[in-house]
Design a protein around this ligand. Structure first.
Ligand code: THU
Length: 140
């Protein structure tokens, strides 16, 4: 990925964070998912009064893409933190990592997390979810 695309991905995640619907936690997360075809899908967390229907920013982005027929991905940027506060490193939750494992190559898919447009790091999906249960396990 070019540095320009990487920067755009980070910017997009930060932009989508502003759309987070978080009346219960106040913790806002934005994600930007880069498909192999070059399209970027943004996502934010969407909370719910019944709590468990809450959807994380990462899954919002993945489900937007997959519902548009796009299933091949290169990278995702994720930024989170309390409304009005400093960003904290927001490592994707286990459920979101599992969704990534469904569609992404563990050694190629990159997850960018950090605390600002200037301060973030890449991690492979394998680093984030080692020894995972993926579609390979269901091959007969
Ligand atoms: N959240 C995300 O959107 N992504 C993560 O990877 C971690 C958690 C959301 C869910 C909930 O709305 C809020 O952050 C606090 O857990």
């Amino acid at each position: 990925m070019t540095k320009e695309t990487e920067k755009l991905l980070v910017k997009t995640a930060l932009e989508y964070r502003k759309r987070a619907y978080t009346p219960y936690s106040g913790y806002k997360v934005g994600a930007a998912l880069l498909a192999k075809n070059g399209t970027i899908y943004g996502g934010c967390n969407i909370e719910n009064a019944a709590y468990t229907p809450t959807n994380c920013a990462e899954r919002t982005a993945f489900f937007k893409a997959v519902s548009e027929g796009v299933t091949e991905f290169e990278a995702i940027a994720v930024f989170g933190g309390y409304d009005g506060g400093k960003l904290k490193v927001c490592a994707p939750c286990g459920v979101c990592r599992q969704v990534m494992a469904e569609f992404c190559d563990p050694d190629e898919f990159i997850i960018y997390i950090g605390t600002s447009e200037e301060d973030y790091k890449p991690h492979t999906l394998r680093e984030m979810l080692p020894f995972s249960f993926s579609p390979k396990e269901l091959e007969k």
